[in-house]
Design a protein around this ligand. Structure first.
Ligand code: NDP
Ligand code: GUE
Ligand code: MG
Length: 293
């Protein structure tokens, strides 16, 4: 079977170009430069890489990038106070607190301090509620990117059976809600699911957001299914460190009609959607209205 490898890098580059055009229009017609503030607590090396990549992408799109780094032993109140300060700054349109936070800090308390209209990660209770209720809000970036990629190969997802493996607040739950809004019949699978393989085999769209390298085997993939692999797992192989997804790509490719690779799949789309949310938030907050990207 001919299998489409969904090129997340290329789709992300397209979206970033559209974001850059919207930013440039905001500047010339309204003298607005959208700004994204990223808060990083501690020295986690993987997080540092993401934060740096986000900063570079933000500036390339013509937006302002602000980074706040706190020491790993910063208190919960330190982080909350920083978020409150960023909420109050007129020039800040988006706030992203990099997760996970050190274990002595409640991520739920910190996240819910973010002004929902600046919550470009879409993780506050207000935005989660808006997503469930079908109201305009800010939608989590990784789920958004996942659906955009599926729609590049199948523009109308109506009536498809979607299986989402993983039910995290960051990925699995919001992704399930977005697929439901696309009129899929959605099944949410997780660590307590009985016979995960059998559940996956029913999927026309199979989304994996688990965090276990190559958990999903090729023979769990229905012939012709669309496979969206959200997982980003670092493994040591043949003395080298590399990134793999939650799907066993080589065997899954044999059955799928389309599949996202890792790297070069959902990851780059996450960053592009973060930039999109930032320009959307800036236009709403500053009274320019809706931006359609
Ligand atoms: N591409 C991107 O931009 C991003 C990628 N990621 C990656 O996506 C993956 C998931 O991230 P995240 O959602 O934050 O992870 P979490 O650890 O928060 O959630 C993992 C989910 O997987 C479920 N799970 C665990 N083991 C199994 C199993 N054996 N069978 C079925 N389900 C299982 C858990 O179930 P239960 O609820 O029952 O415990 C849980 O719901 C990771 O690899 C992460 O690195 C994350 C964010 C962005
Ligand atoms: N508040 C918050 N929001 C997040 O969205 C968030 C977070 N915290 N914590 C960590 C996870 C992870 N995440 C990634 C984003 C982009 C890539 C990415 O660009 N990956 C590239 C390259 C990866 C590489 O080479 O290291 C790829 O997959 O091709 C990966 C992972 C966002 N996350
Ligand atoms: Mg914590």
């Amino acid at each position: 079977m001919m299998t489409t490898i969904i090129d997340g890098k290329a789709i992300a580059a397209d979206l970033r170009e559209k974001v850059a055009q919207a930013v440039s229009a905001l500047k010339s017609t309204h003298d607005i430069q959208p700004a994204l503030a990223v808060v990083l607590v501690g020295e986690d090396p993987a997080s540092q890489v993401y934060v740096r990549n986000k900063g570079i992408a933000t500036e390339k799109a013509g937006m302002k990038s602000i980074e706040h780094r706190l020491a790993a032993d910063a208190s919960e109140d330190d982080v909350v106070n920083l978020v409150r300060k960023l909420n109050a700054e007129e020039g800040v349109d988006g706030i992203l607190v990099q997760l996970p936070l050190p274990s002595h800090i409640s991520s739920s308390r910190v996240i819910n301090e973010i002004d929902p209209d600046k919550d470009v990660d879409g993780l506050t209770e207000v935005n989660a509620g808006r997503l469930i209720l079908g109201k305009d809000g800010l939608v989590p970036c990784t789920p958004q990117g996942s659906v955009i990629m599926a729609k590049t190969v199948r523009p109308d997802l109506t009536s498809l059976n979607a299986v989402v493996v993983g039910r995290s607040i960051l990925v699995g739950k919001p992704l399930s809600m977005l697929l439901l809004a696309e009129n899929c019949t959605v099944t949410m699978a997780h660590s307590r699911t009985a016979d995960l393989a059998a559940v996956c085999r029913e999927a026309d769209i199979l989304c994996a957001a688990v965090g276990i390298p190559r958990l999903i085997k090729g023979d769990w993939v229905k012939k012709g299914a669309i496979v969206i692999d959200v997982g980003i797992n670092r493994v040591e192989e043949g003395g080298k460190s590399r990134l793999v997804g939650d799907v066993d790509f080589d065997s899954a490719k044999e059955n799928a009609s389309a599949i996202t690779p890792v790297p070069g799949g959902v990851g780059p789309m996450t960053i592009a959607c973060l930039l999109r949310n930032t320009v959307v938030a800036a236009a709403r907050r500053r009274g320019v209205g809706e931006i359609d990207l």
